[in-house]
Design a protein around this ligand. Structure first.
Ligand code: GLY
Length: 388
C-alpha cells in the first residue's frame, strides 16, 4: 500500500492482536496501516506463551472456553502459515502441560478443576504424585498429584510478534511509528486518528487494539469506550542447563497459596516463570516482592530452579475486561471496531482474533464464533451525541 493512500483500515496498536488483525486484513485485499511507536512490543514481550485453554479453565467461562478451544485448534495451521510467509519459527511446541498439587488444598482445587474439565468434555488425565515425578523428575518430592493435559501447548510470544511484524511488512501493511492521541469522529463516524505529533491519519475503518490502553484513547465516545483495565503480570526468565536433559519437558504449573505459578520450558533452554496478577494501574515496575513470590512458589514445585541463572525480570499489562473475555468487532460508533480485552488469553486467541477481525472488516459480518464477544455487550447507552 502506498503510504499516502487513505487506508481501508487503520489499526491502533501494534501488539500481537493489532498485528494479526492487520496481517489478515491485508491478506483480504484491504489497504491496511498500523499505528504504534514500537510494533511487536507490548504484553507479548513479557508473556510466557502458554496455550492453556484446558488448564486455565474457570467456572463461568464456558463461552470463552469455546473461543479458546477454537483458537487452539487453529494454531498448527496458523503457525505453519506464518512461518511459510516469513521464514521465521514461532517456537510452537506441542509438549503439553502438567498442573500439580503440593498439599491437600491444592489437590482439592485440582480435583475440582478436573471435574469441570470432564463436564466440559476436555481431555485431562489425573496422575498420582509418583506418576507426575516419573514424567518430570525435577518436580519436588512433595507433589501430591496432578493433571496431565497434553493438548495445552506453548508458543514463544516474542518470536510470534517478530513474525507478525515481518508478515505485515510482506503483505504491504504500512507502519506509522507514533502514539495515538485522539480518535477523529465526523458526523457520528470514526474517520481516523490524530497522533501525538499532530499528524492526522484517515481510514475507512479504525480498529482499536491497544491492549490495556484501549480504554484511554481521547475522542472515543463514553458509550463505546472499552471497559478494559491493566492487570500487571511479573515474569522471570531463567536459563536451563543442558544436563539433565531435559530439565523440564513440558509446562508445569500450580496454584500455590492462592497464586498461579507456571514454568514454561522453551526448546532453546529458556525457562519462563510467571506470573503475578496485580491490579496496580499502568505500573510495570518489577518489585522485590513479586520476584520473591514467584521464585518461592516455583522453588516449591521444582527445587532445582534456584541453581539456574536468572537472566531477566519484566512486568507487562494484561488487558482485562469485566467478564475476562475479549471485545471483538464493531462498536456502536460507525467506523470504530475493537480487538482488545484478551486478558490472560492474548497469545492463545491470536489466530481466531485475526480471522474474526479480517472477516468483519471485509464483509461487515461478525462470524458466528465471535458473536458472544461483541463489544456491544458492554454498551451502556445509545450514542446520541459525539464529543466536539
Ligand atoms: N495466561 C497466563 C497469564 O496471564 O499469566
Amino acid at each position: 500500500m502506498s503510504p499516502t493512500r487513505t487506508p481501508d483500515v487503520l489499526v491502533v496498536g501494534g501488539g500481537i492482536i493489532g498485528l494479526v488483525t492487520a496481517w489478515r486484513a491485508a491478506q483480504r485485499g484491504l489497504a491496511t496501516a498500523v499505528l504504534d511507536p514500537e510494533p511487536g512490543g507490548g504484553a507479548a514481550q513479557v508473556a510466557a506463551g502458554m496455550l492453556a485453554a484446558v488448564t486455565e479453565l474457570h467456572h463461568g467461562e464456558q463461552t470463552l472456553l469455546g473461543l479458546n478451544l477454537e483458537s487452539a485448534r487453529r494454531y498448527p495451521d496458523f503457525a505453519a502459515e506464518l512461518t511459510d510467509a516469513t521464514g521465521r519459527g514461532l517456537g510452537y511446541r506441542r509438549s503439553g502441560t502438567l498442573a500439580v498439587a503440593l498439599d491437600a488444598d491444592d489437590r482439592a482445587h485440582l480435583r475440582e478443576l478436573h471435574a469441570l474439565q470432564q463436564r466440559s468434555g476436555l481431555d485431562a488425565q489425573w496422575l498420582s504424585g509418583r506418576e507426575c515425578r516419573r514424567l518430570e523428575p525435577m518436580l519436588a518430592p512433595g507433589v501430591r498429584g496432578g493433571l496431565r493435559v497434553d493438548g495445552d501447548h506453548q508458543v514463544d510470544p516474542r518470536r510470534l510478534a517478530a513474525a507478525l511484524v515481518a508478515a505485515c511488512d510482506r503483505a504491504g501493511v504500512v507502519f506509522h511509528r507514533a502514539w495515538a492521541e485522539r480518535l477523529t469522529v465526523v458526523r457520528d463516524r470514526a474517520t481516523g486518528v490524530v497522533t501525538t505529533d499532530g499528524t492526522g491519519l484517515e481510514a475507512g475503518q479504525v480498529v482499536l487494539a491497544a491492549g490495556s490502553l484501549s480504554g484511554r484513547l481521547a475522542g472515543v465516545p463514553e458509550a463505546v469506550l472499552p471497559p478494559v483495565r491493566p492487570v500487571k503480570g511479573q515474569v522471570l526468565r531463567l536459563t536451563m542447563p543442558a544436563r539433565p536433559t531435559p530439565f523440564l519437558s513440558r509446562t508445569v504449573r500450580a496454584v500455590v497459596r492462592g497464586s498461579h505459578v507456571y514454568l514454561v520450558p522453551r526448546e532453546n533452554g529458556e525457562l519462563v516463570v510467571g506470573a503475578t496478577s496485580e491490579e496496580t494501574g499502568w505500573d510495570t515496575t518489577v518489585t522485590a516482592g513479586g520476584v520473591y513470590e514467584l521464585l518461592r512458589d516455583a522453588h516449591e514445585l521444582v527445587p532445582g530452579i534456584t541453581e539456574l541463572p536468572l537472566t531477566e525480570t519484566r512486568a507487562g499489562l494484561r488487558p482485562a475486561s469485566p467478564d475476562n473475555a475479549p471485545l471483538l468487532g464493531p462498536t456502536g460508533l460507525a467506523g470504530l471496531l475493537l480487538a482488545t480485552g484478551h486478558h490472560r488469553n492474548g497469545v492463545l486467541l491470536t489466530p481466531v482474533t485475526g480471522d474474526v477481525m479480517a472477516q468483519v472488516l471485509a464483509t461487515g459480518e461478525l462470524p458466528e464464533e465471535a458473536r458472544p464477544f461483541t463489544p456491544q455487550r458492554f454498551s451502556t447507552a445509545v450514542l446520541t451525541e459525539q464529543p466536539a
